[in-house]
Structure formats: C-alpha cells, structure tokens
Design a protein around this ligand. Structure first.
Ligand SMILES: NC(=O)c1ccc[n+]([C@@H]2O[C@H](COP(=O)([O-])OP(=O)(O)OC[C@H]3O[C@@H](n4cnc5c(N)ncnc54)[C@H](O)[C@@H]3O)[C@@H](O)[C@H]2O)c1
Length: 366
C-alpha cells in the first residue's frame, strides 16, 4: 500500500462536499490504490453537522480512507496537506452586490492563502471552487508568497463538462465521443465555451452542428447553466460540481490522456494575449503533476471578442480587490511563464534548464 496523501477540504459540511468526500474516499480522485487522509474544515457553527458527515464516511468502511480529522480553522486544517480543495465560501445574501460578494470572500481567501503558505506541504496543489472562483484563487495565491502561483487553480471543469454533455446530446453521441472542448475565461456568464477545436468521433464538431445553434443557443445555455439548475432544482449544482472537482484534480495529479485537452482556471502567463496577473480558464494538458497551456490554437475574430469580454470582467473583479493583494507577490504573478516539455517544468525565474537546452527545442509534450 502507498503512503496516504493528505487532502484538506473547506466547506466540508456543505452540499458539494456531501458528494465530493465520498468520491474521494472511494478512490475516484487519486486512484484506486492511493489511501487518503481527509482533513475536513468548517465554520465553528457547522462542526456538529460536519461530525455527522464524518460518521457517514466512517460507516462506508472505504478501504482507502486512512484517517478523517475535523477542524474549525484553516491553520490547523491545512497542516501538511498535499491537496487543498477550497469549496467553502460566503454565499450572496439579500441585497448584496457582486462587488460586496467579492470583497467578503476576499477576506476569507486571503486568510486561506496565508494558512496554505504557512502550514501546507510545500508541493500542495490548490483548487478553488468557492465563488467568485477565479478571483478567490487570485487572492489566495497572492497571499502565499512562498508557494508558486502555479500551485493554485480554480474550477472551470464543471463548465467544460457541461459543454461536453450538451454537445453530446445535440449530436446524439455519448460524452466519451467528444474531445477538446475549451472553456476560456471566468467561471461566470461571460465565460466562452469554444467548440472550434472540439471533435465528435475525431471529426471537427463545427462541421456537424449549425453555427446559429452554436452561437444563439449552445453558448448562452452553457454560460447560464448554473441558474437554469437553480431554477429547476431550487438548489445550486452540487453533485456535478463534485464530479468536476474530482475530474480536475485527477487530471492535474494523474495526467490527461495523450492528445486530450481539458480546461483549467490558472494564472495567465500572457498566453493568447490574455493579460497577466488574473486567473483565466485555458486549454491545458497535464503530466507529471504539472499543467501546460496548449499553444498554437487558431482564434477567430468571433472567439477573440468573447475572450476579451471575459478578460475584461476578470480585470474588473481584480480592481475591486486590488487593495487586498499584497504588493510583495505582484512580480511573481506578473512574470509567471510555465512551460512543461518532456517532463521538465521551466519557470521564468531561471530555474530549470537553460533556454538553449534541448528540452526547449523539442516540442514534444509527453
Ligand atoms: N466553480 C464552480 O464551478 C462552482 C460550482 C458550483 C458551486 N460553486 C461554489 O461553491 C461554493 C460551495 O457550494 P455549496 O453548494 O457546497 O454551498 P453550501 O452553502 O452548501 O456549503 C458551503 C459550506 O462552506 C462553509 N463555509 C463557508 N465559509 C467557510 C470558511 N471560511 N471556512 C470553511 N468553511 C466555510 C459553510 O459553513 C457551508 O457548510 C459556493 O461558493 C458555490 O457558489 C462553484
């Protein structure tokens, strides 16, 4: 048996976690041979409810579930964790503006970033789900000066999966027959679900669907899917969000299939002309526990307009929390370039092989 990995989860008594924790304990995220320690974190008021969830986890007698610990503070809860799933967040209350929501969450995620910086394993991988996910990820990352910004991501895999599922229904195939969907930008209604590189049975998707359907129905439907579910169910998406968290972390830690593209919210390194310094959903491939942006994709004029709209929204969100972003991490967040080639990760700070190294000239992605 391998050594267990430590997975910290905030908002562990909430709706998403009620699906998520059982999937992790069953081995869906880290693999069927990887024992896990669950470090569950909640607000003090929700500890009793969390105890109930822990009892249920225990009652499932999962062979891979090594230990469960419960915490009412992130400093203790993040201790030595290898993975941190930041699910808990303040929901939007009555009369609250979007900017108020961004600000109250900014304080929560600033504290979480500091706690990760001080207590998590040095190689921790962080996934922010709590909304506004992209800007929360930025705040957490900016508050963790000793970690690399590349260790932080936000969840846009749910949007990716939604787009994949909807296209499959439209084409009368199953999701496994659909590849290379891309979600660009913010996890919000300005996101851009891009089918220009997608395939159905290996054949370009755009040749198999009506362009008017794609622009007038598919795009807005993916963008507004969260609200559509709230309207129908009376509650926000939880099980599908849990599945998306499992998928994103599984790919990040275990890799993507050869040739497969997935969408992940990561710090922009300027790729595709997106301004540096914001968390933006890009097409990526993963291997060796690292992600790499897929470069060289054609961006049409239509796509460029969509990318710009979602980029502007993220820049605006950033301006709302600018005063909470420590200056000391500005440079590391404005100068990140990550390029994973042949298993070697090259950082802009000069670590890793030199630019002349054969790895730089070899355009092979493992
Ligand atoms: N990025 C995405 O794709 C996506 C998808 C769905 C939901 N979400 C977001 O995920 C978040 C959680 O959704 P949910 O349905 O599980 O909500 P929920 O309200 O059911 O649960 C949230 C839990 O987080 C806890 N919490 C709040 N602040 C906390 C803190 N500072 N530390 C620890 N725990 C804290 C609450 O006590 C609650 O139990 C929401 O912000 C939601 O908007 C994001």
């Amino acid at each position: 048996m391998r050594r267990p990995v430590r997975i910290a989860v905030t908002g562990a008594a909430g709706a998403i976690s009620y699906s998520l924790l059982f999937k992790i304990a069953a081995g869906e995220m880290m693999g069927r041979d990887q024992p896990v320690i669950l470090q569950l974190i909640e607000l003090p008021d929700a500890m009793e409810s969390l105890r109930g969830v822990a009892m249920e986890l225990e009652d499932c007698a999962y062979p891979l579930l090594h230990t469960i610990t419960l915490h009412d503070n992130v400093e203790e809860g993040f201790s030595n964790c290898h993975f941190a799933l930041l699910v808990g967040a303040r929901p939007r209350g009555p009369g609250m503006e979007r900017s108020d929501l961004i600000e109250v969450n900014a304080e929560i995620f600033a504290r979480q970033g500091k706690a990760l910086n001080d207590f998590a394993n040095r190689d921790v991988k962080v996934l922010v789900t709590g909304n506004p996910a992209n800007t929360n990820a930025l705040i957490a990352s900016r508050n963790a000066p000793d970690l690399s910004p590349s260790q932080f991501t936000c969840l846009t895999r749910l949007d990716h999966n939604r787009a994949r599922g909807m296209l499959a229904s439209q084409c009368g195939v199953t999701a496994r027959d659909i590849q290379n969907i891309i979600i660009w930008g913010n996890h919000s209604p300005t996101q851009y679900p891009d089918l220009h590189h997608a395939t159905v049975f290996g054949v370009p998707a755009m040749g198999q669907i009506d362009t008017a359907w794609y622009r007038d129905q598919f795009i807005p439907r993916v963008q507004e899917r969260g609200s559509e579910i709230i309207k129908a169910r009376g509650l926000s998406s939880a099980a599908s969000a849990a599945q998306a968290i499992v998928d994103q972390m599984h790919n990040w830690s275990q890799g993507t299939d050869p040739g497969e593209i997935v969408s992940m919210g990561i710090l922009s390194d300027g790729s595709y002309g997106i301004q540096k310094g914001v968390f933006f959903s890009f097409p990526v491939r993963c291997n060796y526990g690292r992600y790499q942006i897929v470069h060289g994709l054609d961006i049409s004029d239509f796509s460029r307009k969509q990318l710009t709209a979602t980029e502007l929204e993220l820049l605006e969100e950033k301006s709302v929390v600018e005063h909470l972003l420590p200056k000391e991490t500005e440079a590391s967040h404005m100068n990140l370039t990550i390029c994973l080639k042949s298993g070697v990760t090259l950082y802009a700070d000069g670590s890793g092989p030199s630019a002349e190294s054969k790895f730089m000239n070899n355009n092979r992605v493992l």
